[in-house]
Design a binder for this molecule. Structure first.
Ligand SMILES: [Zn+2]
Length: 346
């Protein structure tokens, strides 16, 4: 893998991660006349819950569902410059032009990760070698963002599908460097402190012994539907070794993750016989606190409870943060296991 750092016209960083044999030098310059980077976001703390809210009114002007020939994440072509000056790329990361959190006002950072230069494909269709490059890019960015002043937690994630609110169809994810530890992570750390360690080791041992919710296991990872799943479709991918974050994974663990995750994504797309809209969220340790109490894992979930019905976050979920799930996790696991093409994929 080769890594090249460049700057866009408005001084945002762009980083190429190349896995192709003999990739071209990444020397293309951004010829666009761009206005200065938008700052403008602000964080305020809710005095009743102690939780932070980001106010990012400038994001209302961001690109919204452009036609494929105006996609800002495709490589540039002569006469049509995009966010990526090169005419091709493998994986590329750049600072978001419309960030929810921004270094401009010292409040974290938001980056975009393009998984492939191909506009009409999806993460689940990528080869395992490309998934490894993406994991390397996530790890690289996690380490880099953790070094920035004011970043307290790094969150790589992918939103996929219109039902999730994705405004660009091109296969991509984002990385948020939050200027605080997120409420979800705070909650998990509180429970871990009560136990004196992360409960994930016990969860993993229990799920592996029981097996009824397990979807796939490998040398280094287990994928399962959690016993107390909140969403109609929810899968957790957990490494067998306790590590705080992606940079701590070995090469063997990264390779193994790529294979297990692709298996899971194939199962998910088979569930309703249509590309599943999903959110894939990496739970990583905060930068400065609770690192020995954290256990890296990926949570993948969908808002779709049948092929065409959405689960809405209604009164109980939105008002009180109490989830009511109509789908029994064991039943979901049985249905997903029946769709496993793992053996065919090797
Ligand atoms: Zn595109």
């Amino acid at each position: 893998m080769r890594r090249t750092v460049r700057r866009l016209a408005d001084q945002r960083e762009i980083i190429y991660f190349d896995d192709s044999p003999d990739p071209p030098e990444r020397t293309a310059t951004d010829e666009r006349d761009l206005p200065e980077q938008a700052g403008g976001s602000e964080i305020r703390r809710d005095p009743l819950t102690g939780e932070w809210v980001a106010l990012a009114a400038h994001r209302q002007t961001r690109t919204y569902k452009p036609p494929a020939d105006l996609c800002p994440l495709c490589p540039s072509t002569p006469g049509r410059p995009t966010e990526v000056p090169e005419s091709s790329y493998d994986v590329v990361v750049f600072e978001n032009r419309f960030p929810s959190f921004s270094q401009v006002n010292g409040l974290g950072r938001c980056e975009v990760v393009c998984f492939t230069s191909e506009h009409t494909t999806s993460f689940g269709e990528l080869p395992a070698s490309r998934v490894c490059t993406i994991v390397d890019a996530w790890a690289d960015r996690t380490a880099a963002l953790a070094e920035l002043p004011g970043v307290e937690q790094v969150f790589p994630f992918e939103n996929r599908g219109e039902e999730i609110g994705v405004t660009l169809a091109h296969p991509h994810g984002q990385i948020y460097g939050y200027p605080f530890v997120t409420p979800k992570t705070e909650r998990m750390l509180t429970v871990a402190r009560e136990h004196g360690r992360s409960p994930m080791g016990d969860v993993l041992a229990m799920e592996r012994a029981d097996g009824s919710r397990v979807l796939a296991t490998s040398e280094h990872w287990t994928a399962f539907v959690p016993a107390a799943a909140r969403w109609p479709v929810e899968v957790h991918l957990v490494p067998h070794r306790q590590v705080p974050d992606l940079p701590a994974l070995t090469d063997a663990e990264r390779d193994d993750f790529a294979r297990v995750y692709l298996r899971v994504l194939h199962m998910l797309d088979g569930l309703y016989d249509r590309p599943l809209p999903y959110i894939a969220a990496w739970h990583q340790a905060p930068v400065r606190t609770g690192r020995d109490l954290s256990w890296l894992h990926l949570e993948v979930f969908s808002v779709l409870r049948t092929a065409d019905k959405l689960k809405y976050l209604a009164g109980s979920e939105s008002g009180m943060a109490v989830w009511i799930n109509d789908v029994l996790p064991e039943d979901l696991a049985t249905r997903l296991r029946a769709l496993d093409r793992g053996l065919l994929l090797g």
